[in-house]
Design a protein around this ligand. Structure first.
Ligand code: NDP
Ligand code: OXD
Length: 314
């Protein structure tokens, strides 16, 4: 039962070595090497090269090497086998670190004081709100949104989340479905986007959605943090919203085109923080161990953890 590592953008050899350690006795091959397609039972993919999923007659499952699997679901060669994504505490913790860091950075005006230090300015307006005064809204209350929400609540933020189905979580107010979206947005000072990219969510973060955010908050205007996927957002709308004050600031980890093109105004906009799609890195040791556990479950006739619902696309 051979596993094929197929990634166009991550170091295939590093992942193959980790898979050899996590799956002793299995053959691990890399896309581009010579192998018999009939031997491949599993593919481990991150942004796989075109055609990597085609012509594998004995394929049993495709494993995404991250939490989001949009690039697998959009692959025209994806056969009708189970698709399994990463659900792992290591990745979840990393995302929560990112979300809490950037919510606190906006709350505590980190960039303002950094600029003041560079200019040698000692100035404090004595207007610093507390976390309890700031309403964070998580757009997507799944594995990552829920953990980040709990940790934000521990910091004192007033936390709510929006998802397809209603949730019961202590310290997080749940909003669900289209009907409750306007009320959710209207009580949100910091919007944290942690939706998956699907046909239903593409372009969701647009001008209309941003215009629905709270105007009466303590941060001087609403703030956007997107750590989900770039194609959830309409970047021209975000820039227009920043320019006309609909948005006060944005922290973006993901972009419609990655790497973010040099000509994008997001690089230089004074109210934008850019990070290079690394809010929650996939750690090879943690992720290969997760894949090995799910292969054991599949081969024991059990449902793997992280099985993607093909109809919903996440
Ligand atoms: P989950 O599938 O666990 O959660 C997704 C959430 O989005 C769920 O709450 C789901 O609702 C909600 N949702 C999905 N579609 C809709 C819709 N049409 N309307 C309303 N709610 C919707 O995913 P994770 O939390 O594990 O991951 C979220 C995303 O984060 C990933 O798909 C990936 O794109 C991104 N990511 C980014 C990383 C980075 O480094 N920047 C790292 C890891 C992930 P419900 O609960 O009702 O199903
Ligand atoms: C993921 C990512 O989906 O890193 O895990 O973007």
């Amino acid at each position: 039962m051979t596993l094929l590592v197929a990634t166009a953008s991550w170091a295939s050899d590093v992942w193959a070595e980790r898979f050899r350690a996590a799956l002793p006795g299995r053959r691990i091959v890399i896309h581009g090497e010579a192998f018999d397609p009939a031997d491949i039972a599993y593919v481990a993919a991150w942004k796989q090269p075109p055609g990597a999923l085609a012509g594998l007659p004995n394929l049993r499952a495709v494993f995404g090497l991250g939490a989001g699997v949009d690039y697998i679901m959009e692959d025209p060669d994806l056969p009708g086998v189970p698709v399994v994504r990463v659900i792992d505490p290591d990745l979840t913790n990393r995302m929560s670190e990112y979300v809490v860091l950037h919510c606190l950075a906006h709350l505590r005006q980190f960039r303002r004081y950094e600029a003041q230090q560079r200019a040698g300015v000692w100035e404090d307006d004595r207007q610093q709100p507390a976390a309890r005064d700031v309403r964070v809204g998580l757009l997507g209350l799944g594995e990552l949104g829920m953990d980040a929400g709990r940790k934000l609540a521990v910091m004192g933020f007033d936390v709510a989340g929006w998802s397809r189905s209603a949730k019961a979580a202590e310290g997080i107010r749940s909003f669900a479905g289209e009907a409750e979206l306007p009320a959710f947005l209207a009580r949100t000072d910091i919007l944290v986007v942690l939706l998956p990219l699907t046909p239903a969510t593409e372009g969701f973060v647009d001008r209309r959605l941003l215009a629905g955010l709270a105007r009466d908050g303590r941060l001087g205007g609403p703030i956007l943090i997107n750590a989900g996927r770039g194609r959830l957002q309409v970047e021209t709308d975000i820039l227009a919203a920043l320019d006309d004050g609909t948005l006060k600031a944005a922290t973006l980890d993901v972009f419609q085109t990655e790497p973010l093109p040099a000509a994008s105004r997001l690089w230089t906009h004074p109210q934008v923080t850019v990070t290079p799609h690394n809010a929650a890195m996939s750690d090879p040791a943690a992720v290969t161990a997760h894949v090995a556990r799910q292969i054991a479950r599949l081969e024991a006739g059990q449902t793997p953890e992280g099985l993607v619902d093909r109809a919903r696309g996440y």
